[in-house]
Design a protein around this ligand. Structure first.
Ligand SMILES: [Zn+2]
Length: 176
């Protein structure tokens, strides 16, 4: 009986210490970030990884959006209707992109932000599909994230229309 009690106590303590581990990546780790040696939420060194390499690492859905500029179907992404407080990172490389304070409820079907981390994104003219648009890419890994439009709310008036699959979210509570 005493032995059983000790085992239970030990198991409990172990569970406890695991919950309080400072390594948050193990908690937040998903199929996107595991087995990805380039993923880092702190390293902002630019990456020039060929697509053949990314294809081996990334989930097919993320690869299609991030490396081939595909667009996920509207109203299907996990961050479209989502308002938790926290930080958004590039799902490919971990680069910081947005703060939840800049996210707003948009009816377009994709997660929308009125402001991006200036060190997080770069812009490129996109004339595909007969449209004149501005493509938004990750500044660190050059992956496609979405587009930016001039119909956003105040204070910036712009709308970053992003693909959920391209985003990696870390909630404020999990940061601590
Ligand atoms: Zn990136």
């Amino acid at each position: 009986m005493r032995f059983l009690f000790l085992i239970l106590t030990f198991t409990f303590l172990q569970t406890c210490s695991q919950t309080h581990q400072p390594v948050k990546s193990s908690i937040m780790e998903n199929s996107t970030t595991k087995n990805n040696p380039y993923f880092s939420r702190t390293d902002r060194t630019k990456l020039t990884i060929p697509n053949e390499e990314w294809k081996k690492i990334l989930d097919p859905e993320l690869y299609a959006v991030a490396r081939e500029a595909a667009t996920e179907r509207p109203h299907t992404g996990k961050f479209n209707v989502f308002d938790e407080r926290g930080e958004y990172y590039c799902a490919v490389c971990g680069n910081h992109l947005f703060r939840s304070d800049a996210k707003f409820a948009s009816t377009c079907g994709w997660p929308s932000f009125f402001e991006a981390d200036k060190e997080g994104v770069i812009y490129k003219r996109d004339t595909s599909y007969g449209m004149e648009r501005i493509e938004v890419l990750c500044k660190r890994c050059n992956s496609h994230l979405g587009h930016v439009f001039n119909d956003g709310p105040k204070p910036t008036g712009v709308r970053f229309c992003m693909n959920s699959v391209s985003l990696d979210f870390v909630g404020d509570s999990k940061e601590k």
